[in-house]
Write a protein that binds this ligand. Sequence first.
Ligand code: MTE
Length: 308
Amino acid sequence: MLIRRPDDIPSRDITPEGLYLGRREWLTAAGISLSALAPLTLAGCTKAEAKADELPQDDKQTPYDVATSYNNYYEFGTGKEDPKKYAGALTTDPWSVEVEGEVARPGIIPLEDLLKGLPTVERVYRHRCVEAWSMVIPWNGILLKDLIAKLAPTSQAKFVEFTTLNRPKEMIGQRGPGLPWPYVEALRMDEAMHPLSMLSTGIYGRTMPNQNGAPLRLVVPWKYGFKGGKAIVKMRFTREMPRTTWNRVLPGEYGFYANVNPEVDHPRWSQARERRVGDFLKRPTLMFNGYADQVASLYSGMDLRRNF
Ligand code: MTE
């Protein structure tokens, strides 16, 4: 990205470890018992899908205040604190999503109708930014595969493209030079249909804050965070691989696949290790961000050094 190198994270951005709450501790603090949550977490999930929620002990949840005040959302500026500072200006209601391309029922669909009837899930995922920082975030929302099944793409659909909001009046970062707007991301159809892929409407059991992508954003936990387009206004089913924002701007640095891969360095820094925001020491980066068991088969036979 056009941004600071991973080692440039100033110490004021590092949260003391003592501030962390684990999932169980957080639930207790929020007055929620695990048994009460189980039906919500498992709604619409098979047992294998529910495995996504089981993180190792040292994967403590990032505190809410940290997850909502340190991220990239260039529509509001290039600084990590800009999204929190400026995203309050965004109106997210009413909201609709245009559905087009290789799909049975194209049209402009109000968000409530788009989500109607789909089971909601809560998933705690590792979240790895391409800049080598990471977090652990509980997401609420729906499984992307459930929405795609409802929209009924044709057999010709090979990819799904997500276009995000272009509204300079409310998005200060869209008023000057910057990225080509709107921000666009895309997935291959089998990636989109994978049971880990979500469209999220909230975090930590709360409504999605504007700075984190309200009212609807993509979450694909085995990929670098830039795949997660925020404030989605259009889904287009295509035959051809769509052009995506960072791949267009810097193709040598950001591939279409963007799978977390400790063996393929970014041209300007190593991807072998990452700093969990709040930790002092770095930790090894895991292949596919720790989700290899679930997703490696999607890429069998592909050279991941070329298809980065
Ligand atoms: N979505 C939009 N609309 N605009 C953006 O600038 N930045 C991406 C992604 N989604 C971005 C976006 C990048 S570069 C990253 S790393 C993640 O959002 C970071 O935000 P997150 O931690 O909330 O996922």
